[in-house]
Design a protein around this ligand. Structure first.
Ligand SMILES: [Zn+2]
Length: 377
């Protein structure tokens, strides 16, 4: 599908209305409530001038835990329940408190048997969106490194998967099958979410700054972990033509308290990004914690940048001129044809901990599309 210069898109989630959140807490969301929420989120994006829209992840409990009901061999546990199973309970508990993480509200899928794809992960979201809009549709999926690392809890998973590589192989098979199915069903853009890569790159070998990976305490050097992430994503996307693929990295999007979120420039990640066979890197840049554009100059010319320009965690609407100036700054490092405009991350993330309102989300997206129009002119 042909796109304008500086296409405006979203990273994924939107806040869910209270009725939907209540319904999600009970498990499978009520169909009418879900339908209404989806209609509202799609209308919001179309009104704001978004070029590549998403279904808004309305039926998901979070950007990654929703897969628990779609996969065999996986059990969904709240972080509070996981406390009973992780190796170092006291450390995990301190971590949750220090990072302002609501342990009962956040759920994590845990592998306790052979992984299998019982049903499509996001095909229902895509089908819904395709039947309600003529615009290109983007679908986000949890990335293979996130899943391989966050679903593995030694005491529950090691019998079936003694090593991270053995689980990684089955995660790759699931995601590759899903990517091909989404392409065949007409998805325009599939984005893999890898929020833990920043943790790996910035927090050092023994850090457990991310609550999303109880298993990270088991991790090897940052270099070998990032190498593992490259291998996994390449095994998922290599040779799958006819669809735009992306990889999204951010520095935490669960709290408005900036002090608990990760900081660090992309320098350490760029050599790995350069070897990832995805079309686009969807990166945070609305926060100063992400550093400058300079490291992006080292990426191959054919890599697109999904440029994070508005902060999903604030209420202030970024002025159009400011966004235009940021893109102009990036133009000294990357060609115009390769730049997409998006928020830094989703506006919803965890259903019970939305980080913004639909009203603010719409205004920020409007600012993005006005910036795109200015730049095109
Ligand atoms: Zn993100």
């Amino acid at each position: 599908m042909s796109l304008p210069l500086f296409p405006v898109t979203v990273v994924g989630s939107f806040p869910r209305p209270e009725a939907l959140r209540r319904s999600l807490r009970r498990g499978v969301p009520d169909a009418d409530v879900l339908e209404q929420a989806r209609v509202e989120v799609l209308a919001l994006q179309e009104a704001a001038g978004v070029d590549i829209v998403s279904e808004g992840e309305q039926g998901r409990d979070s950007f990654f835990s929703f897969i628990a009901t779609k996969l065999g061999g996986v059990r969904l546990m709240s972080l509070a329940e996981m406390l009973d199973w992780v190796e170092d309970k006291a450390a995990f508990e301190r971590l949750l408190a220090a990072l302002d993480v609501p342990a009962f509200a956040i759920k994590n899928p845990v592998v306790e048997g052979k992984l299998s794809r019982k049903t499509t992960l996001a095909g229902d979201e895509l089908a819904w969106a395709k039947s309600h809009t003529g615009k290109p549709v983007k679908v986000a999926l949890p990335g293979p490194y996130l899943l391989s690392r966050s679903m593995w809890v030694k005491r529950l998973s090691a019998d079936t998967y003694p090593t991270k590589e053995s689980l990684g192989a089955d995660v790759v098979a699931v995601l590759r099958a899903e990517l091909i199915a989404l392409r065949d069903a007409g998805a325009d853009f599939v984005q893999f979410d890898e929020p833990v890569l920043s943790e790996v790159a910035f927090a050092g070998p023994h850090a457990t700054h991310s609550f999303m990976c109880a298993a990270l305490s088991e991790k090897a050097s940052p270099e070998s972990e990032l190498e593992f992430a490259v291998e996994l994503i390449n095994q998922v996307v290599e040779g799958v033509e006819g669809i735009r693929t992306g990889l999204h990295v951010c520095r935490g999007n669960w709290s408005r308290d900036e002090s608990v979120l990760l900081a660090g420039p992309y320098d350490a990640l760029v050599p790995y990004f350069a070897r990832m066979k995805v079309n686009q890197l969807v990166l945070e840049y609305a926060t100063e914690r992400a550093g400058s554009f300079a490291p992006l100059a080292a990426l191959p010319d054919d890599k697109e940048i999904g440029l994070g320009l508005v902060n999903p965690r604030t209420s202030e609407i970024e002025p159009v001129e400011q966004l235009v100036a940021r893109v102009q700054e990036l133009l000294s490092y990357r060609p115009a044809e390769s730049i997409f405009l998006n928020p830094d991350c989703g506006f919803g993330t965890f259903s019970d901990r939305p980080i913004n309102t639909l009203d603010v989300a719409q205004k920020k997206l409007e600012s993005l599309s006005l910036a795109a129009q200015t730049l095109r002119a």
